[in-house]
Ligand binder design. Structure first.
Ligand code: BDR
Ligand code: CA
Length: 311
C-alpha cells in the first residue's frame, strides 16, 4: 500500500523537484501540500506549489497556505539563492488551480486526527513553522504521526546561511526546537548528506534528453541555482537538497546515518539555529533523530531521472 505523506514546503527549485518526485512515485500518496514562508514569502511559495502541481498534471492535489512568518521572529528569505520568484530558471504559466480555503496548519491537524494512527508521514522541506504550530495547537497529533522526514540542519558541513546554521533551521529555530524535542520519530537530511548530492552537467543533459516538459523545467531550475552554488562552494555542481527527503522514503538504502541526539540553538545570535549533533556520542543525551550523513549520489540521480521522466 502506498505511504501517505503531507509535504510541507517553501518552493524553491529544490522543493519543486522534491514535490515532482513524490507525485511521480507510486509508492507515495501525497495527501496534500502545505506551504510556509521561507525561501520566498508565503504568497509566492503557495503560488509556486500550485504551478508545480499543474506542471505535474496533478491539479487534484490539495494545496494549503500555512504560516506567513516564523513563530517569534522576522522572516528571513533567500531570493539571493532562488531568485525573486523562488522558481527562477523556468517560466511556468500562472496557475488555474486555487488554494484550498483551510489553513495549512488546520489541514495537518485534521488529516492526522481523521486518519488511523501512525499512517501519515510529514515531509518538511522548509522552516518548521507549520509543523510546530500544529503540534502547539494540537499536542495529541504527536502520537498520530508515523514519522517526520525533513531537510534541515548541518553538522560537519556547518552552515549555509550563517557560519553555524543551515537555512531552514535558522529561519525558525524555535519551531525546530519544538519539533526536535517532540519525541516524534525523526529522520534528518542535513547539509552533511545534501552536499554530497551534487548536480552535474551530465545529469542536466540526461534530463534534457528526455524531451519532456517536467524534465526541461528541472533542467532549467538546476542551471539557475548551480550558478550560485558553484560560485559559493567552488564545486562543479550544486546540492539538490530537498528531494533527498522523498528519495529516503522510497529508497532508504541509498542513505546511511546515525541515530543520535540533536539539539537546536535558539539563544545565541552568533550560532542561532545551529543543529548541535552528538555524532560521536560524547554526551548521555538520548537520541532523538536518525541524522543522515552519506548518500549514493549516482543512485539518487538515476532515481530522479527515472521518476521525473514518467511525468
Ligand atoms: C534548504 O534551504 C532552502 O534554500 C532549500 O530549499 C532547502 O530546503 C537548504 O539549506
Ligand atoms: Ca526548501
Amino acid at each position: 500500500m502506498a505511504r501517505n505523506i503531507i509535504i510541507d514546503t517553501d518552493p524553491g527549485q529544490d522543493d519543486a523537484v522534491a514535490i515532482l518526485l513524490a507525485l511521480a512515485c507510486p509508492e507515495l500518496n501525497v495527501l496534500g501540500i502545505t506551504c510556509v514562508a521561507g525561501n520566498v514569502p508565503l504568497t509566492l511559495t503557495s503560488k509556486n506549489a500550485l504551478q508545480i502541481c499543474e506542471l505535474a498534471g496533478r491539479p487534484d492535489v490539495p494545496v494549503h497556505a500555512g504560516c506567513d512568518r516564523p513563530l517569534g521572529r522576522e522572516l528571513v528569505t533567500a531570493e539571493h539563492v532562488h531568485g525573486s520568484t523562488g522558481l527562477d530558471g523556468a517560466t511556468l504559466p500562472d496557475p488555474k488551480m486555487k488554494l484550498q480555503e483551510k489553513h495549512g496548519v488546520d489541514f495537518i491537524i485534521k488529516s492526522l486526527r481523521d486518519g488511523p494512527e501512525k499512517t501519515i508521514t510529514l515531509c518538511p522541506l522548509g522552516p518548521l513553522t507549520n509543523i510546530a504550530t500544529a503540534i502547539k495547537q494540537a499536542p495529541d497529533i504527536k502520537q498520530r504521526i508515523a514519522q517526520i522526514v525533513l531537510m534541515g540542519g548541518a553538522y560537519f558541513e556547518v552552515g549555509n546561511i550563517t557560519p553555524a546554521a543551515e537555512f531552514n533551521i535558522f529561519v525558525d529555530p524555535e519551531a525546530a526546537k519544538l519539533v526536535f524535542n517532540s519525541g516524534i520519530d525523526l529522520v534528518i537530511a542535513p547539509l552533511d548528506v545534501t552536499h554530497k548530492a551534487l548536480t552535474s552537467k551530465k545529469w542536466i543533459t540526461e534530463l534534457r534528453n528526455q524531451n519532456n516538459p517536467v524534465c526541461e523545467a528541472v533542467a532549467g531550475w538546476t542551471d539557475f541555482f548551480e550558478r550560485f552554488d558553484s560560485e559559493k562552494y567552488g564545486s562543479s555542481g550544486a546540492p539538490l537538497h530537498d528531494p533527498c527527503v522523498i528519495a529516503y522514503l522510497i529508497a532508504p538504502e541509498l542513505f546511511s546515518g546515525r541515530r543520535i541526539n540533536v539539539e537546536i540553538e535558539t539563544k545565541s545570535e552568533l550560532t542561532r539555529g545551529m543543529t548541535v549533533a552528538d555524532w560521536w556520542g560524547v554526551t548521555d543525551r538520548p537520541s532523538n533523530a536518525l541524522f543522515l550523513g552519506d548518500i549514493n549520489a549516482d543512485g539518487y540521480f538515476s532515481l530522479l531521472t527515472k521518476h521525473l521522466a514518467k511525468l
